[in-house]
Design a protein. Structure first.
Length: 113
């Protein structure tokens, strides 16, 4: 099943920040190439969304996938959509990065988990 891949506002900001960091360190051409490879990797989730490591301990239905040993991609799969939640560079703390969004997720009354 092919799914649509969308990025959260946080993931879009993450990509911009990664670009900015790499452009300052290694130049804009290298930064654009790296961001393009990340985007291509994320678009691959449209055909194989159930990959990565399940991290229900951080948030229900969350999955984590690595990219080129420097990036961690946090995402969740909906019926027809893959939502890229965060794109974290160079060992950022995944639980801390997701904490803000996790606390804003509403849970049905009477259910805890």
């Amino acid at each position: 099943m092919e799914r649509r891949v969308v990025s959260s506002p946080e993931a879009a900001t993450d990509l911009f920040n990664i670009y900015d960091y790499i452009a300052k360190q290694s130049g804009p051409a290298r930064a654009i190439g790296y961001i393009s490879r990340i985007e291509t990797h994320c678009l691959g989730f449209r055909y194989s969304a159930e990959r990565g490591t399940k991290r229900d301990d951080l948030r229900p239905d969350l999955r984590i996938s690595g990219f080129e040993r420097r990036v961690t991609i946090a995402f969740h799969v909906e019926l027809a959509t893959v939502v890229i939640d965060r794109i974290l560079y160079a060992g950022r703390d995944v639980p801390e990065a997701l904490r803000k969004r996790r606390s804003s997720v509403r849970r049905p009354r009477g259910k805890r988990g």
